[in-house]
Design a protein around this ligand. Sequence first.
Ligand code: FE2
Ligand code: FE2
Length: 193
Amino acid sequence: MLGLKLLTDPRWANIAENNLQEILSDHAWCEQKAASNAIMLITQNPEYEDLVHELTAIAIEEMQHFQMVIDLIKERGYTLERERKDDYVGRLLKFNKKDGSRNMAFIDRLLFAAMIEARSCERFRVLSQNLKDESLSKFYYDLMVSEANHYTTFLNFAKKYSTDVDVDKRWKEWLDFEGELIQSYGTKETVHG
Ligand SMILES: [Fe+2]
Ligand SMILES: [Fe+2]
């Protein structure tokens, strides 16, 4: 799925289902961080008109997702917990190349975003297929579709705006790295846990 090297064990959905307040809180913050990341890319790369346009739409959509999740938390009588460090994302961030050209850093930041969208999409798929709660399962199905579109947008911009990066080769490196990394996860009730 989306080139991912390792699919999540469906039993992770049961862990999530047993602590909905925790997974929903973590999920809400994932959406907020996705919006922030899109805004950061816009701020640092205003010269790319189509990127500014499309990432503005993504930032808005991610905040709509945030709103949908916090509404769900409220409806179900849960509390939005405080944001916590996402260890998985932190390790992906370290894989970003920061010592190359400006174009390399820009392209890698787009691939970093595509990588998180891909895994989040896969995790939402696992939830949509395995949660016993039908309305929650439908909710995650819809989000899965949306995150798959974001993945495509980030990857396409990386291909479009690369000047000195072999994007296909670098994307393979990202997929290999992530495939190894994700092996240490799948046991916690967080989106990337
Ligand atoms: Fe989202
Ligand atoms: Fe997204």
